[in-house]
Design a protein around this ligand. Structure first.
Ligand code: GLN
Length: 203
């Protein structure tokens, strides 16, 4: 069984751990370089991507994570995690000292943070994910506004609070998977199962 780690610096990592537990899959928190070395795959949780960015650099985890991504480690990012997996951020946060938010990258896409509005505009939407119908929760969710040729679009939504058509909310590039929404908060395990299959080479 692959060892799956969940980056546990900030955000809803506990909900991801619980989702794997419901599937009988072992998952462990990753907070240090040593923790990272022990896992075969990694989940980047929802939360605040600019904080995950800053903490991962402060803890010396950003470069090792980038190296593992380059080596082909399977990674799943939900919401803030999707932003961390994007090669480009359209509207990065700028810190008071002028530092621009960075991502780990890996997926050839440009994401727009908070693309569906602010916290009050959070919404649920039914969508198709690889043959499953899911009730997806969007909380200050990002959108992939541009994807490269190697990126497979898995899910789109036809409408958010701002309307719009076919907005990209789930993508895959090789062993990297990203969703704008949070399957870990709804109790639906289809995406976690998909990621387990992906880490086993079955998806
Ligand atoms: N808007 C947040 C960010 O930029 C993501 C929100 C979330 O993960 N629910 O990181």
């Amino acid at each position: 069984m692959p060892k799956i780690g969940v980056l546990a610096l900030q955000g809803d990592f506990r909900e991801h751990l619980a989702s794997f537990e419901r599937l009988g899959q072992r998952a462990q928190m990753v907070r240090t370089v040593e923790d990272l070395a022990q896992v075969d795959a990694l989940v980047l949780p929802g939360g605040e991507s600019s904080v995950i960015d800053r903490l991962s650099r402060n803890y010396g985890l950003a470069d090792p994570i980038k190296e593992r991504i380059a080596d082909g480690m399977p990674v799943y990012g939900s919401c803030a995690g999707m932003i961390m997996l994007a090669d480009r951020i359209e509207n990065p946060a700028i810190a008071r000292d002028g530092a621009v938010q960075q991502s780990f990258g890996g997926i050839d896409m440009t994401v727009k943070r908070n693309a569906f509005g602010r916290q009050v505009d959070s919404f649920e939407h039914q969508l198709d994910f690889n043959g499953h119908t899911l009730e997806a929760v969007f909380i200050r969710a990002p959108e992939a506004v541009q994807v490269g040729p190697d990126v497979e679009v898995i899910s789109t939504v036809q409408a958010g609070p701002n309307g719009g058509q076919g907005r990209i909310v789930a993508v895959r590039q090789g062993k990297l998977l990203a969703t704008s929404f949070h399957p870990e908060v709804t109790g639906s395990t289809a995406i976690h199962q998909f990621f387990i299959n992906l880490t086993r080479g079955d998806a």
